[in-house]
Each structure stands twice: as C-alpha cells, then as structure tokens.
Design a binder for this molecule. Structure first.
Ligand SMILES: Nc1ncnc2c1ncn2[C@@H]1O[C@H](COP(=O)(O)OP(=O)(O)OP(=O)(O)O)[C@@H](O)[C@H]1O
Ligand SMILES: [Mg+2]
Length: 269
C-alpha cells in the first residue's frame, strides 16, 4: 500500500515553554492521498494547533509531521490554507488577495507574467462561484466577515493545491450560503482530488463532505475515534435528511459529549 500523503506521528505541542499550555499530546493520524477527512472535537482541544503544525507554521514540541514523504520543517507551499479568522491582507484588493498564492507558489510564480490573463480569469471565476462577483476591486475591510471568509476560501483553492487545510472555513456564514459552499468544495474535490483536512464544529458538514470523520479528545488533544462515511459522491443535500445520515451525526455527537464529560470529570477537585 502507498505511504499516506499526510502522516502525523506522536505529535505533542506545548505553547509557552515547559510550564505552558499542552495543546496536543500523542496525536497520530494518517491521511491517504486524495482523501477528505474532517476533524471534530470540543472547543480548545487543539484542532487549529494541529492545522498550524501540518502547514509548518510552528514546529511540534515532540513527534513528526510528514507530507508527501518529507518531514515538514517550515511553511508548506503545496498546501492551500483557510484559517478560522480570515487573514486577508488589508492593503490588497479582494482579487489581489485571492491571487496571492499564484505570486508565491511555484510553478505559478514563474508563469504568472505569461499567464496573468488566464490566472486572473480563474480567480474571478472562483469569486463568482462563492457569490463575490462585483467585489473583486474592494478591500477586505469593505466586506462582511462571512464575505472575507469566502474570499479566503478562494485564495486557498486558486493554485489547485495538492493539500487543502481548512479550519472552520464556513463558521461565519448563514446556513444557506454554507450549504452552497459545501457543494462548491465538493465539486472542487471531485474535479481535482486534493487531500483535504477540514476542521469543523458542524457535524452535518463533517459527514456530508468527508470520507472519514476524526474525533479529538478534549485538551491535550489527540485522535480518539474515527467514523467512516459510506456515501458515494456526488452527495446531494437531500442526503442530510435521511435516517442513516442523521444516525451518523448523532453517533458523533454522543462521542464528542463523552469526550467533554471526561474532561469535566478530570477537572473535578
Ligand atoms: N498562540 C498560542 N499561545 C498560547 N496558547 C495557545 C496559542 N494558540 C492556542 N493556544 C492554546 O492551545 C489550546 C488549543 O487551542 P486551539 O486553538 O488549537 O484549539 P481549537 O481546537 O482550534 O479550538 P476552537 O474549536 O475553539 O477553535 C487552547 O488551550 C489555547 O488556549
Ligand atoms: Mg480552532
């Protein structure tokens, strides 16, 4: 069997030195190339921390992160990332923010001058797909939080990354927009088959989009259980009303409340 595309092995992360917060401990997980996994778990359990370690924004305190056969030792350029809080550059227009990875990541950077026209059409098409047509020339501060989040998603996708790391990318959206964007993301995945790690608090979203849902314990976080999602794709929203689908969502909810209760018990005097 081929080696996993993403391998996290025995990772621990402590912020702020030996006395600091232990965010992750003994975290291990494998993700196959082209697989879509969702990560769910109680607030503060270390999900965003895990995303930062995989994308090389911080080194782990212990353990290793391997992407595509190589240990991650610095910011990972093959990854497309969208963070929990949109991180658009305030001095660049929405279109220029979305095009940023094309200016930074090879081979696009090399080809940008020759292909600017087609790259720009691609960026505009993505913005249209997420409902931001007409906002290309605006600046981030002229957009609502949810609109900024949608622009961040376009920026994560624009260079067709082989690894997509999405940290609650739909958190600030109303339910209708969110469901539209599930299908945008599903279509991108079907067309390009990137490896995706999606952090979410929305269990319906996790089940609808992923091949496998990973459940984290309360802090210090580690993966304590997983649930395969059997439905073929393309999936349609009607699926979310079926009894089998809802049973999976309930099962996940129960496991997460067990994880939260375990913590409350251990916090007791
Ligand atoms: N930069 C930081 N410095 C110090 N502690 C941090 C830092 N970032 C996160 N932490 C701590 O690490 C723990 C895990 O945080 P993290 O943001 O990874 O959780 P999370 O699972 O993403 O939570 P949420 O679901 O609320 O987004 C928390 O206790 C948090 O206070
Ligand atoms: Mg988080």
């Amino acid at each position: 069997m081929a080696a996993p595309f993403l391998q996290i092995d025995g990772v621990a992360m402590r912020y702020g030195g030996v006395e600091g917060t232990l965010a992750l401990s003994g975290t291990s997980l494998d993700v196959a190339e082209g697989e879509f996994v969702a990560v769910v778990g109680p607030s503060g359990c270390g999900k965003s921390t895990l995303m930062r370690l995989v994308t090389g924004l911080w080194p782990p305190t212990e353990g290793t992160v391997i992407v595509d056969g190589r240990e991650v030792a610095g910011p990972l350029s093959i990854a497309g990332m969208a963070f929990q809080n949109p991180t658009l550059l305030p001095w660049r227009s929405i279109l220029d923010n979305v095009m940023l990875p094309l200016e930074v990541v090879q081979p696009h950077r090399r080809e940008l001058r020759a292909k600017r026209g087609s790259y720009e059409r691609h960026a505009r098409a993505l913005l249209r797909l997420v409902g931001l047509e007409g906002f290309e020339a605006k600046f981030p501060w002229q957009l609502s939080g949810g609109m900024q989040q949608r622009a961040s998603l376009c920026r994560a996708l624009v260079h067709d990354p082989r690894l997509l790391m999405l940290d609650e990318p739909f958190g600030a959206l109303d339910v209708f927009t969110r469901e539209d964007l599930w299908d945008v993301l599903q279509d991108v995945w079907l067309a390009k088959k990137p490896t995706v790690v999606l952090v979410t608090h929305d269990l319906k979203e996790a089940v609808y989009l992923s091949d496998r849902v990973l459940i984290m314990s309360a802090r210090p976080g580690r993966i304590i259980a997983e649930r395969r999602v059997p439905y073929p794709r393309p999936r349609r929203l009607d699926l979310t009303y079926e009894a089998g689908f809802q049973a999976i969502v309930h099962e996940l909810r129960d496991r997460i409340s067990d994880a939260r209760r375990a913590v409350e018990a251990s916090d007791a005097p």
